[in-house]
Design a protein around this ligand. Structure first.
Ligand code: GLU
Ligand code: ZN
Length: 327
C-alpha cells in the first residue's frame, strides 16, 4: 500500500486501533488506555480497528483474545473492523498475518538493514556499559553489527535473531500528549531485534507493518512504549512509509508508585464485573481520572465522546487502588 502524504492524513478521518495482546486478562490500566484511544478517534468521527497482537507466542494464553473482546465490549467500546466483524484489512489477528511480516523482513535483508545476532541475554548484559532504562533491558553494544546478512550461512547451528541496524542520528516527533520527544536510537536504545531465526517477527516489526498496512493514522497507547516509538520510526524510515501521529498516555500505577500489576490486587475487568462493578462505574472513575468529568459519577463511554479533549488528560500517572471501585 502507498503511504499517504502527511498533510492529507491529518485532515482526513483519523483511523485508530485498539491492539490488545492476549497474554492475560485486561485490567484497569489497559481499560483507561483503550477508552482514551476510542474517545480520541470517535470524537473526531474516525474509524477504529481492533487487532489482536498474539505473535508473542510463549506468553499468549488460550481464550485471552476472546476475553479481550468481551472486556472491550463490556466497557462500551465498539470498532469498525476486527476479528469478530471482519473488514477490508482482514485478518485482524497477527498470527494470521505472518506472510506480510516475512516479506518485510526479506526487504530489510535485501537492503542490509538487519544482521544476524547470536548474542544471548547474558552476553549483552556482560558487554553493556551504559545503565539501561527501566523495562528496556541492557543497551545492545553492537557486538554482531559487523556481520552482513549472508554471514547467516557461517554461524553454524547457533541460535540467532535478526537485529535492525539503526541510524546514529537524532529523531524527533511531537507526541500529542507527551510533547516533543527526541532520541538517537543507535546511541540511546541500541540496535533491536525485529525477527526470530524462524522468520517470525518481533513486536516492533509486526506493529509497524500492521499500522501501515491498515492505514492507521493515530497510535494512542501507554507511555511505556515511548522508547519503542523511536525504534518504530527507524523502521518507517527504512521502508519509506509515513508514520502515524503518536499519543502516549501516562499509565495507571498502584499506591506504591509501581505500574499496576498483580501485587496491587485483582484489577482484572472480568473480576470487577463478577464482583458487580458496572462498566459505567469504572468508566466514570476513569473519565474523572482523565480530567474529563468533575466527579466519579457513573457514566457510559459514549456520553463522553462529544466533549472529549485529549489536552485535559493529566501528564502524571493515575494512582489506582482496588478500593476505588468496590462501591
Ligand atoms: N499489544 C500491545 C499491548 O497490549 C500494544 C502495542 C501498541 O499499542 O503498539 O501492550
Ligand atoms: Zn549480537
Amino acid at each position: 500500500m502507498e503511504s499517504t502524504p502527511f498533510d492529507l492524513r491529518q485532515t482526513a478521518r483519523p483511523i485508530g486501533r485498539l491492539a490488545p495482546s492476549p497474554t492475560g486478562a485486561q485490567h484497569v490500566g489497559n481499560a483507561r488506555t483503550y477508552l482514551l484511544a476510542w474517545w480520541s478517534i470517535r470524537s473526531r468521527g474516525g474509524r477504529l480497528i481492533l487487532r489482536i497482537e498474539d505473535i508473542d507466542s510463549p506468553r499468549v494464553k488460550t481464550g485471552a483474545a476472546q476475553q479481550a473482546i468481551d472486556d472491550l465490549r463490556w466497557l462500551g467500546l465498539d470498532w469498525d473492523e476486527g476479528p469478530d466483524i471482519g473488514g477490508p484489512n482482514a485478518s485482524y489477528v497477527q498470527t494470521e498475518r505472518v506472510d506480510l511480516y516475512r516479506d518485510a523482513l526479506a526487504q530489510l535483508q535485501r537492503d542490509e538493514r538487519v544482521y544476524p545476532c547470536t548474542c544471548t541475554r547474558s552476553d549483552i548484559e556482560a558487554a553493556a556499559s551504559a545503565p539501561h532504562v527501566e523495562h528496556e533491558g541492557s543497551l545492545y553494544p553492537g557486538t554482531c553489527a559487523g556481520r552482513s546478512v549472508r554471514d547467516v550461512n557461517s554461524i553454524c547451528d547457533q541460535p540467532f535473531a535478526w537485529r535492525f541496524r539503526s541510524n546514529d542520528r537524532d529523531l524527533d516527533f511531537a507526541d500529542r500528549v507527551a510533547g516533543l520527544q527526541r532520541a538517537n536510537v543507535r546511541r540511546d536504545l541500541g540496535d533491536f531485534v525485529i525477527g526470530k531465526m524462524d522468520g517470525l517477527p518481533a513486536y516492533q516489526l509486526a506493529v509497524v507493518c500492521d499500522d501501515h498496512a491498515m492505514g492507521v493514522t493515530e497510535v494512542l497507547r501507554g507511555d511505556d512504549l515511548l522508547p519503542s516509538t523511536f525504534r518504530q520510526l527507524e523502521l518507517y524510515a527504512a521502508f519509506g512509509w509515513s508514520p502515524p501521529t503518536f499519543a502516549h498516555v501516562p499509565l495507571v500505577i498502584g499506591p506504591d508508585g509501581r505500574r499496576l500489576a498483580k501485587r496491587h490486587g485483582d484489577t482484572r475487568l472480568a473480576t470487577l464485573r463478577q464482583q458487580g462493578v458496572t462498566a459505567e462505574e469504572l468508566v466514570g472513575l476513569l473519565a474523572w481520572s482523565c480530567g474529563l468529568r468533575p466527579t466519579r459519577e457513573p457514566v457510559g463511554a459514549k456520553a463522553l465522546i462529544a466533549d472529549f479533549d485529549l489536552c485535559r488528560v493529566p501528564r502524571q500517572p493515575f494512582v489506582f487502588s482496588v478500593g476505588q471501585v468496590n462501591f
